[in-house]
Design a binder for this molecule. Structure first.
Ligand SMILES: C[S@@+](CC[C@H](N)C(=O)[O-])C[C@H]1O[C@@H](n2cnc3c(N)ncnc32)[C@H](O)[C@@H]1O
Length: 234
C-alpha cells in the first residue's frame, strides 16, 4: 500500500503540513474542513473515527466542535505531530490517538457514528478491502475522498514522489451500491492541481481559487475535477 512506509519517515511527516497546507494550500485545507463539517448534521457528541488521521487536521477540528474522536494512523511520526498540536486546540470533545492499521481496526462492530477517511483511498488500489472494515465499525455514515482518474492529475501523477491511485468515480459509485451503501452526498472540486495552490502565496492563490471554483461548477468542470468527496450513509 502506497504511503504506509512513506509517512513513517520523519522528514516526510515533519514536512506534511507545511508542504500541503501553508501558503495557497491553506485554501485547500479550509475548503476540505468545510466539506467535512457540511457532511455531518450535528458534530457535537458524535463518536468519530478519523482513519489515517495523519497530523490530525480533521481530528482536532472535530474535537473542537464537540465530537469524541479517535485519531488512528499507522505512522507514529504523523501521530506525534498531531499530538504536539493539542495545546493549540480547545477540544471540547475527547481526542485519543491510536497507532493501528486501517485494514484491521481494533474495535467492535458498530463502534462509531461516523468514519472519516480523508486522503486515504488514493493510497490503495483495493478500496473494497478497507470499505468493508470501515463499514463494520460504522453506525451512521462514512466520509472519504478519492482522486479522480479523468482529471489533470492523471497527467502529472507519475511525477509525484509516491504517485496516487486514481479512481474512476463510476467505479466508486458501483462499489458503494454493491455493499448497500447509499450515496447521501458527493461533491466534486479542484480542476487545477493542488501544487499550484501550494506553491503560490495566498494572495495570488485566492483569485486562482475563484476561477477554479467557477470552472468546476460547469458540467464539464464536474467531469474533470480532481477530487471527489463522498458521504455515504448506512
Ligand atoms: C495523505 S495522509 C492523510 C492524512 C489526513 N487524513 C489528512 O487528510 O491530512 C495519509 C495518511 O495515511 C496513513 N496510512 C497509510 N496507510 C495506512 C494504514 N494502512 N492504516 C492507517 N493509516 C495509514 C499515513 O500514515 C498518512 O498519515
Amino acid at each position: 500500500m502506497k504511503g504506509k512506509s512513506w509517512y513513517q519517515e520523519i522528514p516526510n511527516a515533519t514536512r506534511y503540513d507545511t508542504k500541503r497546507f501553508s501558503k495557497g494550500g491553506s485554501l485547500i485545507d479550509s475548503h476540505e474542513k468545510q466539506i467535512v463539517t457540511n457532511f455531518i448534521d450535528t458534530i457535537d457528541g458524535k463518536k468519530i473515527l478519523d482513519i489515517a488521521c495523519g497530523t490530525a487536521r480533521f481530528s482536532l477540528m472535530l474535537a473542537d466542535l464537540g465530537a469524541d474522536v479517535v485519531a488512528l494512523d499507522i505512522s507514529e511520526p504523523m501521530i506525534e505531530i498531531g499530538k504536539n498540536k493539542l495545546g493549540q486546540s480547545s477540544h471540547a470533545g475527547d481526542l485519543t490517538f491510536l497507532h493501528a492499521d486501517a485494514g484491521n481496526l481494533p474495535f467492535e462492530d458498530s463502534s462509531f457514528d461516523i468514519i472519516l477517511a480523508m486522503r486515504f483511498f488514493h493510497l490503495t488500489p483495493i478500496p473494497m478491502y478497507f470499505f468493508l472494515e470501515f463499514l463494520r465499525v460504522a453506525r451512521e455514515k462514512i466520509i472519504f475522498d478519492t482522486f479522480n482518474k479523468y482529471s489533470a492529475r492523471s497527467f502529472y501523477n507519475w511525477l509525484l514522489p509516491m504517485g496516487s491511485t486514481l479512481h474512476d468515480r463510476s467505479y466508486i459509485s458501483r462499489l458503494l451500491s454493491s455493499v448497500d451503501m447509499t450515496i447521501e452526498d458527493s461533491h466534486q472540486d479542484f480542476i487545477f492541481p493542488y501544487g499550484i495552490y501550494r506553491n503560490l502565496p495566498l494572495s495570488i492563490a485566492k483569485p486562482i481559487r475563484s476561477i477554479d471554483s467557477s470552472a468546476v461548477s460547469t458540467s464539464i468542470g464536474q467531469r474533470v475535477s480532481t477530487v471527489s468527496y463522498w458521504s455515504v450513509s448506512l
